[in-house]
Design a protein. Sequence first.
Length: 399
Amino acid sequence: MSIPLAVPNLEGNEGRYLQECVSSTFVSSVGPFVDRFAAMISEESGAADSAVLCSGTVALQMALEGLGIGPGDLVICPSLSFIATANAIHHSGATPWFMDVTAETWTIDLALLRREIETKTEPLPGGLRLHRASGLRLRAIMPVMIMGATLDFDALVALAREFGLRVVVDGAAAIGARASGDRRLSATGVDALCYSFNGNKTVTCGGGGAVAAADPGLISRIRHLTTTGRVGRDYDHDIAAYNFRMTNVQAAIGVAQMERLPQFLARKADIARHYATLAADHAALSPFPAPGFGLNTHWFSGFYLSDMSIPQDRAAAISDAFRAHMVQAGVDLRKFWKPLHLQAPHAGAPRSAMPVCEAIWQRIYPLPCSTHLPESDLDHVLAAARTFWQGASWKGLAA
Ligand SMILES: *Cc1c(COP(=O)(O)O)cnc(C)c1O
């Protein structure tokens, strides 16, 4: 059996809480674990309230819809992300506007973002801005906390305010992160924080998501939107709403997971340090960025081929060879996410130039990082990776 990339660690109270769901018959969308889990997410985020939902994608979509963003609107996001970021914008009825990232952080390039806004949009009466080429109104920024990395929230929020934009954070993998000054993320002034509790995330519910916000009114609107838009106790509904609830069964797993969040984060940081040590031994490699804006959560860690003198096609060939070598050694590796502006469903969406994104995505190697990864498996991964980078064959590919 090969060593997986990221699988759920269910060694806490998960089984006991699931049994409580069955014994109490509270297995559906009402139940004590749903409320407890929502309270834990609010506390962790420093938010007034949160809505727990059935996926991270839906959390992003509902945050936008809850803020009144939809058809005719444009939402800025980085191109280096998982497809869900762009899909959520699309499902809200809005259109994504893809931006390049910086090579140092792999997150949205704020200097580029400002230049793009200043040159591609113009003020509309009422404070919003019109994107000239598409005729859409610019409404929000959806920054991505890539692999749980923190952001320069102060610069981001200041820039958003300057242009009248909302900030909906794709913090899918960032539960437990802190902003600079050890602030909880909601204290930074962002409008909404969205999380995923998919099976491969640091904290899982099997599947699930949440929106946390400083404005309890936004969370009430999202609850209304995601629970059929019912008014009163009878079957009266005031909008064509959704059923996007999380069940008590999912939340039971989530509560048990959140009880162990500090341990999970410590182990993720430990694994990241091991991969950084390996990268430091090889001139062509660097660890994943750990931006200095607070606490990074290292959902995924690994290294990337940062020697940019190796041309793009060679880098792709080395990537394939490394993956084949690791799979042969019993380590499950995948390609990294293909950038969003290269994805067929979003081919028509506006985008900035993408030199950084296009240069780095095939050079990124996420490595196994389950929180209960045994020390012996971690040693095996490190040894297998060393054999590859110390060997002569990859240099042949690079030359
Ligand atoms: C996991 C992830 C999502 C999607 O979450 P789901 O719960 O799978 O819908 C969105 N954005 C990013 C950056 C992610 O890593």
